[in-house]
Design a protein around this ligand. Structure first.
Ligand SMILES: Cc1cc2nc3c(=O)[nH]c(=O)nc-3n(C[C@H](O)[C@H](O)[C@H](O)COP(=O)(O)O)c2cc1C
Length: 276
């Protein structure tokens, strides 16, 4: 087995790097070959929104070092991905990476490779979207999540004092090395993403906004949980992803082209109006 570890932190040997590296040590202990990549060192530029990769099914037009990340992910059988918590979410390089990978949500190249989602955060209670954002990378690429958790530490290296987090990272790496894709983490209110982001709608029904999954509140082993509607599929299912891209994204190209003349006229008129 080949396990890739990626940290999106800008602090070398900081807490995220250490969590990811402990996962790789767990994997190595089970005989896996491992590679570690600091995403920040690739200095990826932000997505330009040109949609060439999607509409032309081609590599990103930005000729930067994204190719190195893709080469590493192609090499790997599984991925341990970690981000620091920044302003309640993940950090910008993680979000940037997701945007740059949009094409792979469509053409499904990485489907089935197991993933381990890690986050390093300074303050318990200040991470509502951090870990979900890391796991989202796996969800939209069709990669099953074997575990997801947050380690708490503020200064770079303080994660050494969160021995539980380091041990759990190792266990996650061991799971990746085994090739198994079973989920080892806490159950959570949503049966798909296992996060507690489920909301109650005005009619009292339950809904996971991350997974686009409707249902009702019910009991799952003594915990309140979302019980999905019969036949409801999360947005991450292969059928839903196909429908999303074939039914919503791909038709937007010809629609836009047909409207382009009128858009240009309106833009010109509006620019004159605002004096820009
Ligand atoms: C710009 C910035 C925003 C942060 N926002 C949060 C936050 O919202 N919640 C939190 O728990 N920690 C936050 N932190 C603390 C980091 O998550 C914490 O220091 C973490 O250990 C950093 O990981 P690293 O060493 O891998 O970079 C923030 C740190 C920075 C620099």
């Amino acid at each position: 087995m080949r396990v890739l570890g990626v940290s999106t932190s800008t602090r070398e040997w900081g807490n995220t790097d250490l969590l990811v590296r402990h996962a790789l040590e767990g994997a190595r202990g089970r005989g896996a070959e491992t590679r570690f990549l600091r995403l920040a060192s690739l200095e990826l530029k932000p997505c330009r929104g040109c949609m060439s990769c999607v509409f032309k099914d081609r590599d990103c037009v930005i000729g930067d070092r994204l190719a190195e990340f893709l080469e590493a992910l192609r090499w790997a059988d599984s991925l341990a991905l970690g981000s620091p918590a920044y302003v309640l979410g993940a950090n910008a390089p993680l979000k940037n990476l997701q945007d740059r990978l949009i094409r792979f949500g469509i053409q499904r190249e990485f489907v089935g490779k197991p993933g381990l989602a890690l986050a390093a955060a300074g303050v318990p209670g200040w991470v509502p979207y951090s870990l979900p954002q890391v796991s989202l990378t796996f969800l939209f690429l069709g990669m099953p999540v074997v575990d997801q958790f947050v380690g708490f530490a503020q200064g770079p290296g303080e994660i050494f004092f969160d021995e539980g987090a380091l041990a759990r990272a190792r266990r996650g790496g061991e799971a990746l090395a085994s090739g198994a894709a079973d989920y080892l983490g806490e159950p959570g209110a949503c049966p798909v993403c296992h996060f507690d982001l489920v909301t109650t709608r005005a009619d009292g029904s339950a809904f996971c906004p991350l997974c686009d999954l409707p249902g009702r509140w019910g009991d799952a082993g003594g915990r309140p949980a979302l019980l999905p509607e019969a036949g409801a599929e999360p947005r991450w299912s292969e059928a839903s992803m196909r429908e999303h891209f074939a039914g919503k994204i791909l038709p937007s190209g010809p629609r836009f082209k047909a409207r382009l003349g009128e858009i240009k006229e309106r833009q010109e008129a509006f620019r004159r109006e605002v004096g820009a």
